[in-house]
Design a protein around this ligand. Structure first.
Ligand code: FMN
Length: 213
């Protein structure tokens, strides 16, 4: 099991970070960590989006300057492909993903690197991958259509688009409640994390992504 951690937990005293540390402590060897708060991910400016479309849709190798602009995005892809278990740790911001986390997804969801189109249908390539989303929010949200929680369905959809075999969600919700209530919810979240990681450890090794062309 090769675990890659993608974290965005910028707040001092982050509860999401504490849950993540609880997960990391159970992993041996220690996972590779991409910390999006320490180094913010690049965005699609004109150079990057034109270079990406020309390369990944048109097969045109980018000029050196464009390749350099795309390089940090491509590094995220390689890190993602090298692992088969991903832990994404992020708080909810404005009912959805913080911009830095969306930028990471925009970087890794690359045609012919993590997904393709075959016979007119989308095909995710990371079929041996599974993800654990660790998130916290001050509000509490119902599942399903009409929910104000846009974060969980987005994460499920984006990992699913890349072919992930499953996404487990541990959501420490209601962090604005009285301390004893929050403590109870965080303990419950830690127990859910324990169950997911134990299940990962007990699973047989899975196949890796197909090679990029
Ligand atoms: C910029 C910002 C936006 C937020 N938006 C929401 C929100 O839309 N819904 C919600 O329930 N909590 C929201 N919160 C609260 C956080 O999700 C919540 O406090 C979370 O537990 C913080 O995680 P952290 O302790 O890891 O920083 C927001 C917090 C910040 C700083």
């Amino acid at each position: 099991m090769a675990v890659h951690v993608v974290r965005y937990t910028p707040r001092t005293g982050s509860r999401t970070a504490r849950l993540l540390e609880h997960a990391i402590a159970q992993l041996d060897p220690a996972p590779v960590v991409t910390d999006l708060a320490t180094t913010l991910p690049p965005l699609f400016d004109t150079t990057r989006v034109d270079g990406y479309v020309a390369r990944n849709y048109g097969g045109i190798e980018p000029a050196a300057e464009t390749a350099a602009a795309l390089a940090p995005m491509d590094r995220y892809v390689e890190q993602l492909r090298a692992a088969d278990r991903i832990i994404l740790a992020t708080p909810m911001y404005n009912f959805g993903l913080p911009a830095a986390v969306k930028a990471w997804f925009d970087a890794v969801i690359q045609r012919d690197r993590t997904w393709t189109v075959r016979d007119g249908a989308y095909e995710g390539w990371l079929t041996g991958h599974r993800a654990l989303l660790i998130t916290t929010s001050s509000g509490q949200y119902e599942d399903g259509p009409g929910s104000y929680d846009l974060l969980t369905p987005t994460v499920r959809q984006l990992f699913g688009f890349m072919g992930f075999a499953g996404v487990d969600v541990v959501a420490g919700q209601g962090t604005a409640a009285p301390a004893e209530v929050v403590d109870r919810r965080m303990a419950q979240a830690r127990a859910e994390i324990d169950r997911v990681i134990a299940a990962w450890k007990s699973e047989a090794p899975t196949s890796r992504a197909q090679p990029a062309r």
